[in-house]
Structures are given as structure tokens and as C-alpha cells.
Design a binder for this molecule. Structure first.
Ligand code: DGJ
Length: 729
């Protein structure tokens, strides 16, 4: 019976496809300004071109002999990197997958082009879907395999997206780092051979590398010039991004979930679809490429994209797990007094038999700790409510401490590798383990953890969802070969299922993705979460670099940026409060300290910073980003301009000691040249009496500001300024 249903499903998929085909040699996937042109050359699907849209696509028809297959499969002639490799039901490791048909559907701002390919011998269908988002100039790609063979097939590799680039030189921009040192921006030439950037850390993958890139052609791109391709993978699991350059002027780029830890097995009659790969092209440098990605993410991916992000005070750096009920009540009151909108109680609030007083125990036992919080969460929620602010809570429901009731009751729910000692080697990994989100019972449990917290405490408006363990012990002991091979993909899809259920049930509860800082900065999770925690390093100077790097792919309002105490917990560096505020104000502003320990003047500065942020936050959170000057050059300048070009905000931070006499020139961008703008310094340094620019307080045309700009007297390390521009009617 089961087999019959599967075959019926596969037949319906086939009929659906074959019904809608039409013959047209050139397949044009076009956005407002860009075009990706493909052609069916005797069954081989080739990429003719991707770049600025052309006027007459038929002029490409002579180019087909010179073009390369867009999505090559292993086994029939391609000696280079392959986008896919399939092990067929009879063990054959080669594929010969040919074009069959395609059709296009239009949906307002986007067109969907679905291309059907089929193996010449095997009953295996491959669907490639391109979705062209017209106004943001982003095209997404994903691949579906439908297995109509007489047994299971294995996906040795199935990339989400691939691109053939043509040029002399290729420069790759990407992010790298580690925990506490995330999102450093690097640009390097792709040299002959294959460069692979990958992560196989299991359930959180962005501390070290990020599944995103920009490639500039022939020369290093600037913000405003150069041909640039941007790409990113919407996936929280293991990933692989490869860049293969040959000596004929080709660079083949492929991106998808990793093929490292097992061949994904697709049962007979079933299908598998890859995560999405998104790409964009800009002929005017990296700036427009970033703005395209931001626009697309804001309209098509990020949860509740139009919702203004609240100002949060998170308790973690202030009190850790060591707090009393009275203390938290006082912190809530003080937060409200500062102008904070949501107080978030971080780790340490749960566990009774195994109280969560340190990281070695309690995870899994999600009952409020009666000793620490005798009034329960409801008391704290009431205090927050009485003080007019929201209340948020920290959870880490995918994980369990060995020392917990949950681990004792459900040892089989824990991911472990039979015949191997569990790898409890690195800090938190010493004491905590992963729950098996491929198991439906466990998924229900993880859902119910957050569901019951939110149902019992309807006043909770914010959830910080943390994940503090990699998966160094690849694999699971239970289950057949298929479940072991599919584990790392199915785990992530299991996580998405749980988050999806929560999102449907609690559409207005705000979610933050966190994984020991920035371990989950990806568009897989941002579909379910409003924002992500960038790093446990809250040092303002480090954050300038991180926010700069991330801004290439992520809009400001998904980057949670918190002002923390000095010296900084992670770096021990002392940075003036003014710069700490200014840096946090350029993203999703928040606070991460014990507000009860602030001096009177710190109180005043923070209050002022918060009230200034409330005035400019819509420009920061929803405006277009212009990167004016790089922190790697000594003084960072970023600018946000609202869509109507009526308001803008510039943030400038001196990152390195500069010559004493040096002025920083701010050459604005994105303004209306015909309009006049007033320039005002906001969040002024209350300790500094000197004017940072003679131009402030004056009115200039957009034309002048963009051509000549103004000069800022900022040259000492850690000096910073925020300048607001308003159009004068
Ligand atoms: C790691 C996170 O990154 C921190 O912000 C904090 O929530 C801790 N976990 C709590 O254990």
C-alpha cells in the first residue's frame, strides 16, 4: 500500500511537469535589472550568461557551443567539480541527466521557472527551480530529485545552486572567524584549482565560516564599481561552497548542504529538495549587491520583516546564572526606567533537582527554579508589565545536560554514537548533549518545552533560542543506514519543523537565534527568527568589524547589538560608553549589563542613547545601507537612507589611531541630489565640548553632500559620531 502511494505521488509529479512544458531554446530568468540565460543544447542545460539584463536574448543563440553545463552531474564526461552525484538503486554511480521541458509561472513580483531533467536510463527526475525576484534583483535556485527507480537512491552530492563565471580573475569576499571572533571580512583571489569553504559542525555552522560570498570579476570590487556576484545558502546545517578556477577563464561555483557526513538516501517513490541558494548580480560594486540581498531578505525571508525591532536588555553579561528574584525585579524596573522595551532573562532560571547554577546541569528540565525564583516567571512578567515593558526568556531546548531529569528519563532521545565514547571534550560539550530532532517524539517534546512556557506565561513576548554545542561525534547509533546517512539534513529540517509550529502558534512572539554567539547567522533560521545574536564578544571595536562584515549579507535589524560593561568581558578592552552606544545604535540596539551597577552619568548617557535610537531606528532598521568607509582603513563610516530619501543617519567610528591632524571626510551616498538636507549630530558626547564638524547644524544639497561631503574632526581611536540628515521641505 505504502509503495502504491509513493508511485502514485511520483506519477502525479511527472504528469504535473509534462502537462506544462513548452519548447523554447533559451530560458530567460530575468529580474528588473539582471538576467540569467540558459539554453537546452541537445539535452544539456547550459548557462549562457548571468549579469545585467540584455535587450535581445536571442542574440545568445550562437553562444551555446561555448557555454558550459549549468548543473553538471558526475559520471558522463565532466572532469571538473560536479553539482551532483547520484548512486542509483542498482549501485551505478554515474548519471546522464538531460533537459526535458520547462515552464514559467508569474506571481506578482516574482517569476518561477521550473526545469525538468531526466536521467536517460534511470527513472530519476531532477527539477531545477529558479525564482526571479524582480525588484530586488535576486534569483533563487533549488533542486528536487524524484526517485521513481526500483529502490532507494543515494545523493552523493546534491548542491542547491551552481554558477559558471567567465573572467580573467576572480576575487572572493567572505566571512571567517571563530566563537567570540565571528564575521571577519576577507577578500582573496581565487587561484587555479578548487577552493572549498565548508562546515561540518552539525547543528550550528557559522562561527568559523558563513555560507555566503561575493565574487568580483577581474579586479577587486569597490562599494560602487566592479562586476560582483553575491550568493548565499539558506541553511543552518553543514554546508559546502566550492570555487573552481581553470586556466580557460572559467570559475565554477557550487553551493549546498555538505556531502561530508553521509549520502542522503531518497526512498523509492519519494523526493528530496535542497535548501535554497540565492544569488544576485551588481555591475556597480558590492554596495548594490548587499542592498539587493537585504531587500530580498526583508521581503521574502526574515520573520515579520516590517516589524520594528524592540530595545532589549539581556541579563547574561550582567548577572549570568547567579541572581535572586529581588535582583531581577530591580533590574526589570531599572531597565524600564532607562527606556528599554523588553527585559530578557537569560540562562539560569530553571531546574530543581538539578538546579541550573552553572552549565554542567539542568538543561532539559524546563521548570522554573523554585529557590531562585519563588514567585515563578509569572511574578517577573507582572513586574515587567507593571513597569510597561515586555518580558523575554532564554531557552536551549535542543540540548540536554547529562545531569538532568530528562537525560535520566529519556536516554534514547540523546544523539550518541554506539561503540564510541561520547566526545565530551570541549567546554560545554563536556556536559551537554544533543537531542535527536529526527525523532518525532523528541520533536514533539522540544515543541512542548517552548509551547508550555508560552502557554503558561502568555506575557512572554520574546524568546532567545540558544544552542551551545557542536556535534563532534558525527552520527547516531540507533536507526538503519538510511536514518544515519540522512541524520544531519533531517536534524535541521526537524528543527525547522519545530520552529515552524511555534511560529504558527505564536506569531507575535519575537524570536532570537543564538548559538554561543554567532553560530547560527544564516537565512535558514532567519525565516523563523526575527534576529540573531552576532557574538558573545560584545566589545564595541570587535563589533564594528563584525557588523561591517555581516552587513554584506544581512540587514542591520537582524544583528542584535548590545552595549555592555567596561572593561569588556571577552576582550578586557576599555572603550568609552559613547562609542559603545554608537556601535549598538547602528544595528538592533540593546543592552547587556547589570543596570543596577551603572553610575549616574552612565545612566544619563544610556537613557539619552535609547531615546535617540527610538527616533532614528526606523531609518537604521528599514533604510538602505551604504558602506562609506571601511574599519579596516582606520575609520569606519556606514550610512542608512530611508526609501523616500528624506532621512538618513551616518555612523563614524575611529578604529585605529590616526594622524592627529587628519580629518575624516564623509562623502554621503544615496541622497536626492536635488533636495536640501539639514545635518545634526545626535547622541553627542556629553563629556566632549568640541565641535566635530563646522558643517553640522547647517543645510546642504544632496548633490554637494555626495560630491564634496563634509569633514569630521575624528581621529583618536574609539572616537565616534552619529549624524542625522533630514530633508528640508
Ligand atoms: C551562549 C550565548 O551566546 C550567551 O549569550 C548566553 O545566552 C549563554 N549561552 C547562556 O548560557
Amino acid at each position: 500500500m505504502k509503495l502504491f502511494v509513493r508511485i502514485l505521488f511520483a506519477t502525479i509529479v511527472t504528469i504535473f511537469w509534462s502537462d506544462r512544458l513548452y519548447a523554447d531554446d533559451i530560458i530567460a530568468v530575468e529580474t528588473e535589472n539582471t538576467g540569467l540565460y540558459l539554453i537546452n543544447d541537445n539535452g544539456i542545460l547550459k548557462q549562457l550568461y548571468y549579469g545585467d539584463k540584455v535587450q535581445d536574448k536571442n542574440e545568445f543563440s550562437l553562444m551555446k557551443n561555448m557555454s558550459l553545463e549549468v548543473y553538471p552531474f558526475y559520471g558522463t564526461g565532466n572532469f571538473n567539480e560536479n553539482a551532483a552525484q547520484i548512486i542509483h538503486s542498482d549501485g551505478n554511480i554515474t548519471s546522464s541527466v538531460k533537459y526535458v521541458s520547462h515552464y514559467v509561472e508569474s506571481f506578482g513580483d516574482y517569476d518561477k521557472t521550473s526545469i525538468l531533467l531526466k536521467d536517460q536510463y534511470y527513472s530519476l527526475e531532477v527539477g531545477i527551480t529558479f525564482t526571479a525576484y524582480k525588484s530586488s534583483d535576486v534569483i533563487t535556485m533549488s533542486v528536487t530529485v524524484v526517485n521513481n527507480e526500483s529502490g532507494p537512491v543515494q545523493l552523493g552530492r546534491l548542491m542547491s545552486g551552481s554558477l559558471n563565471l567567465r573572467g580573467d580573475r576572480f576575487y572572493l569576499c567572505r566571512l571567517y572567524g571563530t566563537q567570540g571572533y565571528e564575521a571577519n571580512f576577507i577578500e582573496e583571489e581565487i587561484l587555479q584549482g578548487t577552493k572549498v569553504i565548508e562546515s561540518n559542525r552539525g547543528v550550528r555552522n557559522t562561527h568559523f565560516d558563513n555560507p555566503s560570498f561575493m565574487i568580483s570579476m577581474d579586479n577587486k570590487a569597490t562599494e560602487n564599481s566592479g562586476r560582483v556576484y553575491g550568493g548565499l545558502l539558506c541553511w543552518t546545517g553543514n554546508f559546502r561552497m566550492s570555487y573552481q578556477k581553470d586556466c580557460l577563464g572559467n570559475c565554477f561555483v557550487a553551493s549546498g548542504s555538505s556531502d561530508f557526513a553521509g549520502n542522503y538516501i531518497v526512498a523509492q517513490g519519494m523526493s528530496y529538495t535542497t535548501p535554497l541558494f540565492a544569488m544576485t548580480y551588481s555591475g556597480q560594486g558590492k554596495g548594490p549587491a548587499s542592498r539587493n540581498i537585504h531587500e530580498w531578505a526583508r521581503t521574502c525571508v526574515i520573520r515579520e520583516p516590517d516589524r520594528v525591532r524592540p530595545i532589549v536588555l539581556n541579563s547574561w553579561e550582567g548577572v549570568g546564572m547567579n541572581f535572586t528574584e529581588r535582583q531581577i525585579e530591580q533590574m526589570i524596573k531599572k531597565s524600564a526606567d532607562l527606556g528599554v522595551e523588553v527585559f530578557v532573562l537569560d540562562d539560569g532560571w530553571f531546574g530543581n533537582e538539578y538546579p541550573r547554577n552553572d552549565e554542567s546541569q539542568g538543561l532539559g528540565d524546563w521548570q522554573c527554579n523554585k529557590k531562585k525564583l519563588p514567585g515563578g516567571l509569572s511574578n517577573l512578567i507582572s513586574v515587567a508589565k507593571e513597569n510597561g515593558i515586555g518580558f523575554g526568556i532564554w531557552v536551549e531546548p535542543e540540548m540536554v545536560n547529562v545531569n538532568s531529569m530528562l537525560a535520566q528519563e529519556h536516554p534514547s532521545w540523546i544523539v550518541s554514537t554506539d561503540k564510541r565514547d561520547p566526545l565530551l571534550c570541549l567546554s560545554r560539550m563536556k556536559s551537554q548533549q544533543l537531542l535527536d530532532l529526527t525523532n518525532n517524539e523528541v520533536k514533539d517534546f522540544v515543541f512542548s518545552v517552548v509551547d508550555s512556557i508560552l502557554t503558561l506565561n502568555p506575557g512572554i513576548s520574546y524568546v532567545k533560542w540558544d544552542a551551545n554545542r557542536y556535534a563532534p561525534d558525527h552520527g547516531i547509533s540507533s536507526g538503519d543506514t538510511r536514518s544515519q546517512n540522512n541524520f544531519w539534513v533531517d536534524y535541521v529540517n526537524g528543527l525547522y519543523d519545530v520552529l515552524d509550529r511555534l511560529q504558527n502558534k505564536y506569531p507575535s512572539v519575537f524570536f532570537q537565534a543564538c548559538a554561543s554567539g554567532g553560530g547560527r547567522m544564516d537565512y535558514g533560521l532567519l525565516k523563523y527568527c526575527h534576529e540573531a545574536w552576532i557574538s558573545d564578544n560584545t566589545d564595541a571595536l570587535s563589533r564594528v568589524y563584525m557588523q561591517w562584515g555581516l552587513s554584506h549579507f544581512f540587514p542591520a535589524y537582524v544583528m542584535a547589538a548590545h552595549v555592555s560593561a567596561t572593561p569588556n568581558h571577552t576582550t578586557n578592552r576599555e572603550i568609552p560608553l559613547k562609542m559603545r552606544l554608537d556601535v549598538a545604535m547602528s544595528a538592533r540596539f540593546g543592552i547587556e549589563l547589570d543596570p543596577l551597577h551603572l553610575s549616574e552619568s552612565e545612566d544619563d548617557c544610556i537613557k539619552k542613547g535609547i531615546s535617540e535610537y527610538k527616533k532614528i531606528r526606523e531609518v537604521v532598521q528599514f533604510g538602505d545601507l551604504y558602506r562609506l568607509a571601511s574599519p579596516y582603513d582606520g575609520c569606519s563610516q556606514i550610512m542608512y537612507v530611508d526609501k523616500a530619501k528624506e532621512r538618513a543617519v551616518v555612523f563614524a567610528y575611529v578604529t585605529e589611531p590616526l594622524p592627529y591632524e587628519k580629518y575624516n571626510v564623509v562623502r554621503f551616498e544615496g541622497l536626492d541630489p536635488e533636495s536640501k538636507y539639514s545635518l545634526v549630530e545626535i547622541n553627542k558626547d556629553i563629556f566632549c565640548s568640541r565641535e566635530i564638524s563646522a558643517s553640522l547644524g547647517k543645510v546642504y544639497s544632496g548633490d554637494f553632500l555626495m560630491k564634496n561631503g563634509i569633514r569630521l574632526n575624528l581621529n583618536r581611536q574609539y572616537q565616534s559620531a552619529v549624524i542625522e540628515l533630514k530633508k528640508i521641505n
